[in-house]
Every structure is written in C-alpha cells, then in structure tokens.
Design a protein around this ligand. Structure first.
Ligand SMILES: [Zn+2]
Ligand SMILES: [Zn+2]
Length: 255
C-alpha cells in the first residue's frame, strides 16, 4: 500500500498548509480535509472509499465538493466509511439539503453518488487484501484512528485524540507496526487548550508515547499554524531520543 500525505496541518494559510487527508494507492482517502483540493479531477474520480476519523470540518471540508465534482463521472457510489455516530452527525449537519444536497439520494436513491457505510472500532474493512482497521480515540466528538495493514507492515494514524489508554492497548498488539503518525495540535504554552479540546501538546505526547511498547518510526501531525517551530522545538526537547519527524505534504509511505 502506498500512502501519500495530501494535508497534515491544523489549519490553512499560505501555499503549504492544508488540513488532514491521506491518499492510499489511488482509490482510498483517509480523511478529506483541504489537501484533497490539490488532486486533479481525474484523480478525484478514481477514489472509491473515504474513511473519516471524525466529523470536524478540518477532516471533512473537501468531501462535499469532491462528490459534487466527480459524482456523475463515476459508475458506482463513493463509499463513506465512518462510525454510526459520525455518519449520523455528517448526515444531519452536512448532507441535509441546507448546507449541501444529500448525495445519497442523488441522482436517485437506487443509484446514488454517495453511500454511507458504518464501521466499528476493531472491525477490519478488507479492500482486496488492504486492511483498514478503526482504532480507539478520545476527542470531543466521536472519533477513531486507523491502522492500515498491507500484510507486510502497518501504519497507524491516531486522528485527533487526547490521552487514550485504549489506543495503546491496540497499537501494542500490532506485530508489523512500522509507522506511527500521531497528532500534536498545540504547543505546551497552550496546554490548557489541548486538555480542553482533547488534543495533545508535546508534554502530553511524551506521556502517551511512554505507553508504546513497539518500535515504530514516529511522525507528528496537525501542528497549529503559527506555532510550528515552537511546537517542534518542544517536541525535540520532550521526545528527541525517539527521533520524531514532522509529517510533510506529499510525503510517501510504503507498507
Ligand atoms: Zn477534531
Ligand atoms: Zn483536526
């Protein structure tokens, strides 16, 4: 499985900041933040599956636009995978005919552009041997992370999460773990906000990573624009010996 980072910032601004989205091979998206807007129309049309971690806009913003753009170029529905709780929020608050049309009924309920598919933590979705496994997360709205497992190796993406012991229980069971992409949305200067919004800051990241019992290459994501240098310096001071990288747009992972 090839994973390409389309967006990994906590916000927008300038030419380099895009919110969360990862392209897996040519046909799967993990989250659909503003990074999706860089894909060409032909690339958008090839996407068959979107797995979202949660309903916050920075992880979803481009989904309504992409369906509208390529729906009629495709001969099968785009499948939106999310927990029942997240699907309920997305249906009531986005595809509700007020914010955006309900593309699960367009052009007809029998042959729609969009189909909703509920997932559950721990239940594998197997797409031709490419496994996508929802992981526990702890955020202000119902949330999951994802394990991507090619059989050869696994990549774990935490999504947005505060401290989450259940996540580490699962991650420590992944024998072929190679990459861990973990959020660190705030600097330690804003720890109060990190705690209140169920995100992580460097000192909390350190505490979370003490639970990790496996070797993995670690990348941090979701840094807040304007605090990137400060946060990376704090991360270096807290967990420098783990040699964490800062996730970058267009970065490629192969598992
Ligand atoms: Zn969030
Ligand atoms: Zn977010």
């Amino acid at each position: 499985m090839k994973v390409r980072i389309l967006g990994c910032s906590g916000g927008i601004g300038g030419r380099h900041l895009r919110t969360t989205s990862f392209l897996v091979d040519n046909d799967i998206l993990i989250d659909a933040g503003t990074g999706v807007g860089d894909l060409a129309i032909a690339e958008l049309a090839q996407i068959d599956h979107v797995f979202v971690t949660h309903s916050h806009l920075d992880h979803l913003a481009c989904l309504p636009f992409m369906i509208d753009t390529v729906g009629d170029m495709r001969n099968r529905p785009l499948i939106l995978h999310a927990t029942e709780a997240t699907l309920e929020i997305i249906r009531s608050h986005i595809f509700n005919w007020a914010i955006w049309p309900d593309f699960s009924e367009i052009p007809s309920p029998e042959k729609p552009f969009l189909r909703f598919s509920p997932i559950r933590v721990g239940e594998t979705v197997d797409l031709d041997g490419r496994k996508v496994i929802p992981l526990p997360a702890n955020h202000t709205v119902p949330s999951v992370g994802y394990q991507l497992d090619s059989g050869q190796a696994s990549l774990v993406f935490t999504g947005d999460t505060g401290p989450c012991p259940e996540l580490w229980e699962q991650v420590n069971r992944i024998r072929n773990l190679r990459y861990l992409i973990i959020e660190c949305a705030f600097s330690d200067r804003e720890k109060r906000l990190a705690v209140a919004s169920l995100h992580l800051c460097p000192s909390m990241l350190l505490e979370e990573l003490t639970n990790l019992q496996r070797d993995a290459e670690i990348f941090v994501t979701h840094l807040k624009p304007g605090q990137i240098e400060l946060t990376m310096q704090e991360i270096e001071d807290c967990i420098g010996e783990l040699r964490p990288g800062m996730l970058q747009n267009n970065q490629l992972f192969e598992i």
